[in-house]
Design a protein around this ligand. Structure first.
Ligand code: CTP
Ligand code: MG
Length: 231
């Protein structure tokens, strides 16, 4: 009997356990309606349109009492294992993926719930670029604007050479075993998976996406996201 060679699977993991403080929405921003649907519904629809993702796991905060009412049609996995930081929420999600059968060599694409303008084609480009890569990588965008450092009074303190600078986005795609080890070592200080992987001395691949893959963060971002989604 011949055994099929094991081919790693790709999972999506969506941290959605934040409170959205900067958004000023007065409730977790992932549940704010944009173009007629909760932000999180747009995010999950984009991931569901990527056939190579075998499953999506949404990480909710332990006290979340909105998900089922806000997304009644969602058929993927959820787990109320969110933590105090994004990194802790992702770690909770990785442990849950293991409980559900994922292993060290499987790929995990971690994607912010708040990046609701994600397009399936960008996810495909990331998967294409990373499947054969020893480290993994992330969607990112080269910085076009001149970069300034500012002080507490909003005064410029320096102009920073932008030529080698990229804005990191999500999804960020790494093997489960690697990203879990990296996040455990770096702890809550890791604001994304790539920085934790970098701290291990590895160089994730930058995969160019689009400015349109922005993270809804500030109050005015909801309107911009709405216009993009309706266009
Ligand atoms: N997130 C999470 N668990 C946390 C913090 C954040 O799952 N403890 C998630 C958010 O729900 C979001 C993503 O990580 O989808 C990116 O975080 P961010 O945009 O900073 O969202 P919030 O932390 O909710 O917003 P803020 O920082 O303004 O409070
Ligand atoms: Mg945050």
């Amino acid at each position: 009997m011949t055994q099929e060679p094991y081919s790693p699977r790709c999972y999506a993991l969506v941290p959605a356990a934040g409170v959205g403080e900067r958004s000023g929405a007065g409730r977790p921003k992932q549940y704010v309606d944009i173009a007629g649907r909760p932000m999180l519904a747009h995010t999950l629809a984009a991931l569901a349109a990527v056939p190579r993702l075998v499953q999506t796991l949404v990480v909710l905060s332990p006290g979340d009492d909105r998900f089922e009412a806000a997304l009644p049609d969602y058929a993927g996995w959820i787990a109320r294992v969110g933590g105090a930081s994004r990194a802790e929420s992702v770690l909770g999600g990785l442990a849950e993926l293991r409980r559900r059968g994922a292993g060290d060599d499987d790929w995990v694409l971690v994607h912010d719930a708040a990046r609701c303008l994600l397009r399936p084609a960008w996810v495909d480009a990331l998967i294409d670029a990373c499947l054969g890569d020893a480290v993994g990588g992330l969607l990112a965008q080269p910085i076009a604007d001149t970069l300034k450092a500012g002080d507490a009074d909003d005064r410029v303190t320096a102009t920073i050479d932008r030529r080698d600078k990229w804005a990191a986005q999500t999804p960020q795609m790494f093997r489960l075993g690697l990203v879990e080890r990296a996040l455990l070592l770096m702890g809550a200080a890791a604001t994304d998976e790539a920085s934790a992987v970098e701290a291990l001395g590895l160089a994730p691949r930058l995969v160019r996406a689009s400015m349109a893959n922005f993270k809804v963060t500030w109050p005015e971002d909801f309107e911009l996201a709405e216009r993009c989604l309706r266009a």
